[in-house]
Design a protein around this ligand. Structure first.
Ligand SMILES: [Zn+2]
Length: 346
């Protein structure tokens, strides 16, 4: 089968790899209907050293179950399913708490771990299929597929940032980052009733979309100026909740600086450094810092009905669709900021 293989920085190729197949009785194999390229895929795309080994990319997809192992009971062949970016057993105490990304048997797709495949491919082996996959209604409207695809990562991740940043009705929210996760953070903040939603981003086309999705204010400045401007917009004190959707030192520092005293920062941008900035600013501001890999599997129950009812349209973050053979161009387009988020139709 064909899959997207990253060999080294900026060296991504479509290659023939061994077919996805059942290896454990708890596995399923899905045929990929739609996948996409994630902002977090751009980190290894920019920096992978060949010594780290090639990896099959992709961790977001919708697919049809082609085959199941003998111990799979809940998922059936032919099911249309969402594949969250992490797999989980669905039975441990963390899964029961709705924190599947801390499952005792968890793992992440498309990150190069031996034996784990990626979703930018024709098919994918899903470990722990009963706990991992989320079945959709078989007659799901094709027009909804882009929005349903965001349940695999970006919508649930933006929602997680909002939840851990304690977004509440009537409160102010600042969203740091205008990528797909930041835009989904805007959708999530609006959905949770935030009164003021400030997006911090420099790309006019993206911040325009953010306004369309519910942002009330745009801060295009960076660094100190962005902090000043955000404080001005929030009565001088900063936002109750801040969603950090980038993962860089500067964005994290900005996120902490624009939080109101006693406020909270929800971090979902994958941190690119080992130490966290803003130790003093967050301490003296009594700012709560929370977040991590979003348990998107848990959030589908809550978010899916709003997509089906048309209340939210997170699929608007996709601005380009490519076939599998054009995935390398998709990476380039996203890396060059020519494209916000690329959908893949194998
Ligand atoms: Zn578990």
């Amino acid at each position: 089968m064909k899959a997207t293989v990253l060999h080294a920085a900026e060296d991504v190729r479509i290659e023939d790899v061994p077919d996805a197949r059942i290896e454990q009785p708890t596995d399923a194999v899905i045929r990929i209907t739609r996948a996409c390229i994630c902002g977090s895929d751009l980190w290894p795309y920019k920096s992978l050293d060949p010594s780290e080994g090639a990896r099959i990319m992709g961790h977001e997809a919708i697919g049809v179950v082609e085959e199941i192992g003998d111990d799979v009971a809940r998922i059936k062949t032919g099911d249309l399913v969402v594949m969250p970016f992490a797999f989980s057993d669905g039975t441990c105490e963390f899964c029961h708490e709705g924190l599947q990304t801390e499952c005792v048997h968890k793992g992440f797709f498309g990150n190069g771990k031996a034996g784990i495949g990626g979703a930018q491919a024709e098919a994918l082996r899903i470990p722990l299929a009963d706990g991992t996959l989320y079945p959709l209604s078989a007659d799901s409207d094709e027009a909804l597929l882009p929005s349903l695809l965001t349940l695999a990562d970006v919508l649930g991740t933006g929602h997680h940032a909002a939840v851990v940043a304690k977004v509440e009705a009537g409160k102010s929210v600042a969203v740091v980052g205008d990528g797909a996760v930041g835009l989904c953070g805007v959708i999530a903040a609006k959905r949770l009733g935030a009164e003021q939603i400030i997006i911090l981003g420099r790309h006019a086309d993206r911040t325009d979309l953010a306004r369309d999705l519910g942002a009330t204010d745009v801060v295009a400045e960076r660094g100190e100026e962005a902090v000043e401007r955000t404080r001005e917009l929030t009565g001088g004190f900063g936002a109750h909740s801040v969603l950090e959707c980038v993962g860089l030192d500067q964005s994290t520092e900005t996120a902490i600086a624009v939080a109101r005293p006693g406020g909270a920062v929800g971090r979902v941008g994958v941190p690119q450094h080992t130490a966290m900035p803003g130790a003093r600013a967050s301490f003296y501001g009594n700012v709560t810092i929370a977040g991590g890999p979003a348990p998107v599997r848990a959030y589908i129950d809550e978010l899916l009905p709003d997509i089906i009812d048309g209340k939210i349209e997170p699929g608007r973050v996709f601005d380009r669709t490519v076939g599998l053979d054009e995935v390398p161009q998709g990476y380039r387009a996203m890396n060059d900021r020519e494209s916000l988020k690329v959908m893949v139709r194998p």
